[in-house]
Design a binder for this molecule. Structure first.
Ligand code: AMP
Length: 389
């Protein structure tokens, strides 16, 4: 028995032919579902959305609120194991499902990572490096915390933030009132602003028996707080790479993660790694693995949650990934043929009907002899999609 991850007495590999349940129905679930179906699994997805990216490739799409306990129980009864592609799933949902089918990763992983304050406190308590931070409950506390942490600093809502949503930079004490107002009364975390050299992430997987496999450190460039381009491997020394992987492993062990997760880092100007955040699921910075690695993060997720051996993470060639946001559609349908005419460029579209600005609609991956060439190629391929340029 693996202990806390499972319904008592049920540990056995979930073999192909069984049904995997995915909570959430976006592009991450879609790519997990593609990997699962390729391996002969059936897939059910539950989310409040219909005609969803995951639903398009799943055997069953169940449309229900995550807090609809009866619907979640019925969903759990129809599957052999449950995983997720969206971490902001309530405890009520996990509690309803987990006595019926194992939920991997388990609820406590979600509880810790759903809230920045809990996550940072957890990391600090485990001796893992985070930026200095303070819990801020009201405006007066923010003024005091800003004095302690110093400026610049970043104020973030404690809960439910992603892609830079719910955060504001404080340049000086004069910004305190404006910054607090933007939190609309929500609890917040103030953290030191890191003058980083690079942003890195490590995507990895952990199985039920603690086996661990990682894709090494990759390098991420954000635009408007949204991931723009990932280069793999990252342009860092072997020592930084090893440290990032070791820290990631410690995070996985401390949380007792089963499945794929991602740890995002800042590399500061002195070469120190600081953990920014943890995503307890497959991650945008691991999308390149679909094309560039022997086992993608999506297949790895299936293997890990089904208690099968983790696959090789070997990456034969450097790769880069560029996100395709809805903004790309302003001049009409992108010119797919131009991008696809470039050798070693791969297109992924998520089947979303409405191309809203900032919405992740798809991505491109490119492979090349070097990281720099891969980045150049994927950026060029993306540029070629806009025929007005
Ligand atoms: P987050 O939503 O916390 O992942 O933040 C999104 C992006 O904002 C990060 O990837 C960074 O580019 C930037 N950012 C967040 N926190 C900090 C910080 N403490 N110092 C510098 N940049 C930050």
């Amino acid at each position: 028995m693996s202990g806390t991850n499972d319904v008592a007495g049920t540990r056995a590999p979930v073999l192909p032919g069984s049904t995997i349940g995915i909570l959430g129905s976006g592009q991450l679930g879609r790519m997990i579902a593609i990997a699962a179906r390729r391996m002969g699994y059936r897939v059910h997805t539950l989310s409040p959305e219909s005609d969803s990216p995951t639903g398009h490739v799943a055997d069953r799409e169940i449309v229900a609120a995550y807090d609809d306990v009866e619907a979640v129980k019925r969903f759990a009864e129809g599957v052999d194991v449950i995983t997720l592609e969206f971490e902001n799933i309530s405890a009520a949902c996990v509690d309803a499902a987990s006595p019926i089918a194992p939920v991997r990763p388990k609820g406590s992983v979600l509880h810790t990572t759903q809230n920045r304050l809990r996550e940072k406190t957890f990391l600090a308590e485990h001796g893992l490096p985070v930026a200095p931070f303070r819990h801020v409950k009201w405006r007066e506390e923010l003024a005091a915390a800003t004095e302690e942490i110093g400026t610049p600093a970043v104020l973030k809502t404690a809960g439910f933030g992603y892609d830079g949503k719910g955060q504001v930079k404080i340049e000086s004490a004069d910004d305190v009132v404006r910054a607090w107002t933007s939190m609309t009364g929500q609890e917040a975390v103030l953290e030191a602003f890191i003058d980083f050299k690079l942003e890195l992430s490590v995507v990895a997987a952990r199985g039920l028996t603690g086996d661990f496999a990682h894709y090494g450190a990759v390098q991420n460039k954000h635009s408007n707080h949204i991931l723009d381009v990932t280069a793999a491997p990252a342009d860092v020394s072997g020592a930084v790479n090893v440290t990032a992987v070791n820290l990631t492993r410690k995070v996985f062990e401390a949380l007792d993660v089963v499945g794929v997760a991602c740890v995002e880092y800042f590399l500061d100007r002195d070469g120190n790694l600081i953990i920014n955040e943890i995503a307890p699921r497959v991650h945008n910075s691991g999308h390149f693995t679909f094309d560039a690695c022997v086992t993608s993060q999506f297949e790895q997720q299936v293997r890990a949650v089904c208690d099968l051996p983790l696959g090789s993470t070997e990456q034969p060639r450097p790769a880069a990934m560029a996100n395709l946001l809805g903004d790309l559609w302003v001049n009409g349908e992108p010119d797919w043929a131009s991008a696809l005419a470039i050798p070693e460029v791969k297109l992924h579209l998520y089947g979303k009907q409405e191309a809203r600005p900032g919405r992740k609609m798809g991505h491109l991956t490119a492979m090349a002899d070097t990281r720099e060439q891969a980045v150049e190629k994927v950026v060029e391929a993306r540029r070629s999609l806009d025929s007005s340029l």
